[in-house]
Design a protein around this ligand. Sequence first.
Ligand SMILES: [Fe+2]
Ligand SMILES: [Fe+2]
Length: 296
Amino acid sequence: MPLRFLHCSDIHLLSLRGVGPHRFLNKRLTGGVNLMLKRGKHHDGRLFDRLVEHARELAVDRVVITGDLSNLALEQEFEHIADKLAGIGLPVTVIPGNHDAYTRGSVRSRRFEAMLGQFMEGERADNDGQYYPFVQRFEEVALVGVSTAQASLPLYAVGTVGDAQLGRLDAALERLQGEGLTRIVLIHHPVMHGEALRRHDLIDLEAFGQVVARRGAELILHGHEHREIQGTIPGVDAPVPVHGISSATNTSRHPGREAAFCVYRVEGRQIDRDVYRWDGDDFRPASATAAARALG
Ligand SMILES: [Fe+2]
Ligand SMILES: [Fe+2]
């Protein structure tokens, strides 16, 4: 049975429902709220609602979201997001992004994992009790969820996988390879050199690349830059395709930055993809011949 899933990212759902004024005494949050209100002009949650309708119409097996579901990592946001995801009526996989670890408090209390853990259930066989990476297995396909989320200084949006998690990822990729599974790695930050803006990058990109070069993977999906990115990084037998997707709720009409999602069909080692982009009115297939477009 092939696995068909919809990949989207950076939905940045906005909800200040029930956020008390005391929350804004935190200086970091004050800056964040200003930023978010500005951001609110560029992100429209209705696009996510439309995306969900497409997911249902396309009857995908699963919706995969590669981080930045929230803006400030507040409980109220995660509650709103959990409701939204549960309401999709399809299985959902998420990983956190830097916005989902916006404050030290949210990281310390493991708020994202506590409130959205139902969408990150999976195997953690190589993890020694640690949360990431997690593996979700669908017959011959494995989704491997990595976290790069960390609270960073204001105006920084960097990420780190960390040496310990890289070691666990190495073990997981090796084990899944041994089982002959098609390995799809989910990570929030771009993993190719030169793609992330300054102060916006994956700090241990080099070390992540070394793990992938040593163990291989069949596909890497990410978000974070709010634009479409495509390329490869070195693997074992073949280069590993890397696909970054733009924000699913961005109302921008700038080519490459407009809201988009992809539908993947994975059967054995064959991975096909259809791209859908927002045209100001609806998400539409990127081209009439996009069906069964092979990865490049
Ligand atoms: Fe984002
Ligand atoms: Fe991000």
